[in-house]
Design a protein around this ligand. Sequence first.
Ligand code: NAP
Ligand code: MG
Length: 399
Amino acid sequence: MAKIQMRTPIVEMDGDEMTRILWGWIKDILILPYVDLKTEYYDLGLKYRDETDDNVTVLSANATKKYGVAVKCATITPNAQRVEEYNLKKMWKSPNGTIRAMLDGTVFRAPILVDGVTPYIPRWKKPIVIARHAYGDVYKATDGKAGKGKAELVFTDENGNEQRKLVHDFGDNGVVMAMHNTDKSIQSFARSCFNYALDVKLPLWFSTKDTISKIYDGNFKDIFEKIYQEEYKDKFEKAGIEYMYTLIDDVVARIVRSEGGILWACKNYDGDVMSDMVATAYGSLAMMTSVLVSPDGIYEYEAAHGTVTRHYYKYVKGEETSTNPVATIFAWSGALRKRGELDELPELVDFANRLEKATISTIEQGQMTGDMVGLFKKEGVTPQKLNSKEFLQAIATRI
Ligand code: NAP
Ligand code: MG
C-alpha cells in the first residue's frame, strides 16, 4: 500500500515522561506505517528546554505561527522538586503558558465519547466542549488585606488625570482585590470561539454574570455581541447554528438538562472550574482532548492530561504500564485532519477519521487500558485490560 503523502509539515512538539514514551509508540505503530509523515520537530522535553534556556519553546511557537498546525505532547511544568530532579538552571515557565501567550489563543476541551462508558450525567449523549478564556481576571489580580479604613480603585490616565471609586469603607479587617482584562484579549477570545463553532458546527453559548458585574462582565457580553453581529451572524445562519448569550447560572442549568452537543464559552475562572466538572462527568481525563486556537486560525492539538509521572516511574523500573494513549492519539488525528483540510488532501483527512474510529471501536469491542476497565459496562462485552503497546497494536489491526 502506498503511503499517504503530505504537503506542509506539522509542527511536532515532543514532551516528557510517560507521554513521551507513548508519543514514540503512537508514531511507530499508528502513523508512520500509513503516512509519509512530514513534521518539523521540536524537543520540548524538560532536559532540552533547560539546555536551550527554554528558547526551544519560543521557536516551536514561532514555527506554529508559520505553518498553522501543531501537535504537542504533555510536558512537565517545573516546580521546586523538578528543579532538583533535573538539576535545572531555573524554574522554567509552563510551556503551555508561553505558547498560549504567543499565539493569543483560546483553549477548547472536548471529551471523546465511547459506547459503553456512560457519563455520570446519562442524558449527555454528545460532547460538551468548553472554551476557556486564558487571560486575565482573577489569574492576574492584585489582592491584599485591609484593616479599618477605605479601599479605593484608582485609574490614572495617560495625562495623569485620576478617577477614584470607593470599593469599601472598612470598619474592621477584611480583604480586597482588583483585576483586569483587555478589549483586545476579549476580542481574540470571541473570534476564536466563533471560528471554532463554525469549524465543528456546534451552537455557541456564552455566559457571564453581567446582571451583577454590569461594567466588567457587561464588556465581555457587548464585545461578543458586536463581533457576532458584524462578522459572524451570516456565517452562523448559513451553517444552521445559533449563538446565545445568557447568565452563567442559566447556562449551568441548561447544560445539565441538555443532551450535549454545545460549545460553552467561559471566562477564565468559570472555564477552569467547569472544565474539570465536565471532564469528570464524562468519565476520565485520559479521554479529553484539548486544542489551542488563535483568532487568526492557528491550531495546536494536545491531550488534556499531564505526563502521567506515576506510570513513568514504573516504566523506568522496567514494569509494563497500561497508560491510556487515546487523548494523545486524538491530538495527532486532530492535527493530521486539520493539515489535510488546509492542504486539500482528502486521503489525509480520511486517515485521521479512520484512526479515531479504529481507536473508539477497539474500546467498544472490549479492549482498553486499565483506567477504562472500571468505567466500561456493555452487554455481551467483557472488558479486557491491555498494556499501552498491546492497545496500540489492537487499534492498528482495525485501521
Ligand atoms: P497527570 O499526568 O494528568 O496524571 C495524574 C493521574 O491521572 C495519573 O497518575 C493517573 O492516575 C491519571 N492519568 C492521567 N492521564 C492518564 C492516562 N493517559 N492514562 C491513565 N491514567 C492517567 O497529572 P499530574 O500527575 O498532576 O502531573 C504530572 C506532570 O504533568 C506534572 O509535571 C505537570 O506539570 C504536567 N502536566 C502537564 C500538562 C500539559 O502539558 N498539558 C497538563 C497537566 C500536567 P493513576 O496514577 O491513579 O493511574
Ligand atoms: Mg483547573
